[in-house]
Design a protein around this ligand. Structure first.
Ligand SMILES: Cc1cc2nc3c(=O)[nH]c(=O)nc-3n(C[C@H](O)[C@H](O)[C@H](O)COP(=O)(O)OP(=O)(O)OC[C@H]3O[C@@H](n4cnc5c(N)ncnc54)[C@H](O)[C@@H]3O)c2cc1C
Length: 422
């Protein structure tokens, strides 16, 4: 790994024009990366977001976020933080076609052998829309900021540091493929890794001879299969959303049906403990018919499918303990799924990413005096510790049921994080 800038050069770069030209680089332009960029843009002069995906964030699916094809629900806390970050965004989503759902009256929720009312009561309406519609609304607002630039088609391949490997000074980037590809270093004073589950940050730290974070995994072997349907013109049902949640230890099958913009339904089948839903037409319908209530199959059997079923199986809970590093690479922060990747059945990942950006904003405020003189020492440790505290509750919520599936695999040390264990 190249170590191109020393601390003195980096300080000169910072103080060059009397104003601190602090540049932050964010790896990943999904929910965590975009919202982290928004937080950074309020405190620093310039923010560059890079993404390996070449396609612009359009209202279609992009390769870099394959999970976007599957049902995504933004939980109430996530909605609240999103609106704080971007005032007016919920109304904008509704005017773009997102469906407002009364959680007490318009959600049919089947779990443990009975229909239940989602708790707690008095929740605000929940918005239902496709993941691209949501991501696009955020994308438009962040890329409209005058000090934010987005570079597409650039893959981060490593970190660049000063000679002592104490401060991050940039990111090694690669564009294009094979021999035609180009590599160079993009200098930055702060680097935020928001590259999701596939984050390579532990390898990058190890390549710099820094200790990578310890990692805990709880894997309930969850699989998704999802298909988009045109909603029937006449539906004699009061619900807008339908959930059938699997019940451990024996009932491994469930489903999620959400309304989206343009009168569509996103229909996701869920199988736990390795009971993965098939992605062929007949298998998809047979799995739906096998759910513990016939209502799910009844809803979709005459609806018009608009896509093939798509599968997804990379769903384990995984936390990387960046809050416990013995030594930090100063100026290098990690957020979103790259730190807390959660079992999607409990729908907490986007909320965790949004909370991460809120924590980042608070950390940057606390470090404002230091940043004003170009000093980032201590920021990474403070941020990672606060992030862990802020997200421990979501981790417990997303993992504690998973302990009850007989085939769940747990890394040796993960139990300490879950009060009571199995
Ligand atoms: C099947 C499934 C269903 C889900 N359902 C829900 C739900 O209902 N509710 C909910 O809140 N959450 C849900 N989630 C979780 C949610 O998708 C994520 O938590 C959310 O997208 C935030 O992730 P992120 O921004 O950290 O990473 P991602 O969304 O994974 O984005 C990572 C970005 O980094 C880019 N990237 C990766 N590597 C590099 C690199 N080396 N260089 C440059 N760019 C790079 C990628 O192209 C991508 O744009 C679900 C997840 C899955 C798998």
């Amino acid at each position: 790994m190249s170590q191109q800038t020393n601390k003195q050069e980096s300080t000169e770069m910072l103080n060059g024009n009397g104003r601190i030209p602090t540049h932050a680089l964010v790896i990943g332009s999904s929910i965590a990366g975009l919202t982290a960029a928004k937080a950074l843009a309020s405190h620093l002069d310039r923010v560059t977001i890079i993404d390996r995906d070449e396609s612009a964030c359009a209202e279609t699916f992009r390769r870099g976020v394959p999970q976007a094809r599957h049902a995504h629900t933004l939980m109430p806390q996530g909605q609240e933080v999103l609106e704080q970050h971007f005032p007016g965004i919920m109304a904008e989503l509704v005017s773009s076609g997102a469906v407002s759902v009364d959680v007490e009256k318009e959600v049919a929720f089947f779990h443990d052998g009975a229909w239940r009312t989602p708790q707690p009561k008095d929740r605000p309406p929940s918005l239902s829309c496709s993941r691209p519609l949501l991501e696009n609304a955020i994308y438009r607002r962040v890329t409209a900021l005058p000090n934010v630039a987005l570079l597409r088609g650039y893959r981060a391949t490593g970190l660049v540091t000063d000679n002592s490997a104490r401060w991050v000074t940039g990111v090694q980037l690669r564009s294009g493929r094979g021999a035609a590809g180009q590599e160079w270093v993009e200098p930055a004073h702060l680097v935020v890794d928001a590259s999701g589950r596939q984050s390579q940050a532990p390898d990058w730290l190890a390549a710099l001879k820094l200790m990578p974070p310890e990692e805990w995994r709880i894997n309930a072997f969850v699989g998704y299969a999802t298909r988009i349907y045109q909603q029937p013109a006449h539906l004699a049902e009061a619900w807008k959303r339908l959930y059938v949640r699997p019940t451990p230890p024996d009932e491994t099958r469930g489903g999620i049906l959400l309304p989206e913009e343009n009168g569509r339904w996103v229909v996701t089948l869920v199988g736990i403990a390795g009971d993965y839903p098939p992605t062929d037409e007949a298998g998809f319908l047979a799995f739906a018919r096998s759910l513990p209530t016939p209502r799910f199959y009844e809803a979709i059997k005459d609806a018009t499918p608009l896509t093939e079923p798509f599968g997804f199986r990379r769903t384990e809970n995984r936390v990387r303990l960046y809050d416990k590093l013995p030594r930090y690479l100063e100026g290098f922060l990690v957020t979103g799924d790259a730190v807390f990747a959660l079992n999607p059945v409990y729908a907490q990942g986007m909320t965790a990413a949004l909370i991460g950006s809120h924590v980042l904003d608070k950390s940057l405020k606390r470090f404002a005096d230091k940043l004003a003189v170009g000093e980032v020492t201590g920021l990474a440790a403070a941020f990672q510790k606060e992030l862990r505290q802020a997200l421990d509750g979501l981790w417990t919520m997303s993992t504690h049921k998973d302990w009850h599936w007989p085939m769940t695999e747990v890394t040796d040390n993960a139990e300490t994080l879950t009060p009571g264990g199995r």
